[in-house]
Design a protein around this ligand. Sequence first.
Ligand code: SF4
Length: 454
Amino acid sequence: MKSPPKTFHVKSFGCQMNVYDGDRMAEIMAEQGLTATDDANAADLVVLNTCHIREKATEKVYSDIGRIRKEARSKHGTDPVIAVAGCVAQAEGAEIVRRAKVDVVVGPQAYHNLPDLVARAARGESALDTDMPVDLKFGHLPPRRRVSPSAFLTVQEGCDKFCTYCVVPYTRGAEVSRGWVQVVDEAKALVDAGAKEITLLGQNVNAWEDDGRGLHDLIAALADIAGLHRIRYTTSHPNDMAQGLIEAHRDIAKLMPFLHLPVQSGSDRILKAMNRSHTRDSYLRLLDRVRAVRPDIALSGDFIVGFPGETEADFADTLSLVDAVGHAQAFSFKYSPRPGTPAAGMADQVASEVMDERLQRLQAALNRDQAAFNAASVGRRCTILLERMGKLPGQFIGKSPWLQSVHVVGKAAIGDLVDVTIVAAGPNSVTGVMIEQGEGADEAFQRAKLDVAA
Ligand code: SF4
């Protein structure tokens, strides 16, 4: 038996949907009267909101549990209630309780039950919930009260695509869309709580639908919310990229010119083995259609190198696809077999050294394209949303419409939308000068250029 916790700490790993879930769990516990703490070792309740996408994710959770327990005991003499949430909780279930003696295990579709599970654990009862109820958790979550200028809003969960390397269909379940009214209400609440930008989230966000209406209809409705300035969405599947959504990039000014559209490989043979259900050519033609309506769109993608059976020729196809697209940014990973997925049992697993070498070449090409995209931005005027302070005095870091990090110095506040001219570019960010700086503008412009040159 443990005392009911008074303080809590939520640690989230992995994707933006986990960040959203972690925030919602924190809101649930705050609503119960618990106080948040940044120090995991001092918290009475520690929630590890886990990710199962990468290799060794499960082992990392077990070592985290051991470390947190040890440090809490040695530094504070406490034995915290430990709750494992997220996709590892869903995949491992009771095994985590058996192996690590944690107090609570809660899956991604059941975390609205966290207070009840914590209370059960405090009474010494079993506290495991990995159900995937038809009745979505969202209706049971507390209202949004305080959020950052750029907020996440989950509108869709789960996946029916069954890519052969991916655990999501097993850990997050089938594709489910939240209802129109619920999403619009939450968006309004986020704006009332301080959000200027909302990123709509889903494992296949562009598969969102409600009563015949698609994501573009939803975006159009959200664009009518006064006080909401920017809308983004991620992650999309190429096969769910409806014409209406493509045209929304032309017609809806608040929809930012950025599209994250994973492709994973440039080889049709590998795409087929991955069960991606699109081809290299259909992907490239889709991007042509997007660029036709929004020529300045920044494109982002995901890549996996070393999928089982990937030959040097297949990998060359990936490099040539990268050359053809010219991504503004991208994420690339070595293939890692996930237990229970079809690809994990495939023959011809690629040697780790081969994957390392291919990843290096791929990342060199992607970095080159990102740097080129940033360099091409110099001289552009745009509005950026200030999200946090930078390291230098008076410096802010904001996001451009194309999701570049923009460093800027000036009189402003976090959450402001400010007009800047981009004056210099680095590989991972750009530097801007506020247009409203009046007499000091030229001096600031020169100083910014010098800062970047240094
Ligand atoms: S589309 Fe494929 S990679 Fe994406 S979540 Fe679904 S199964 Fe996983």
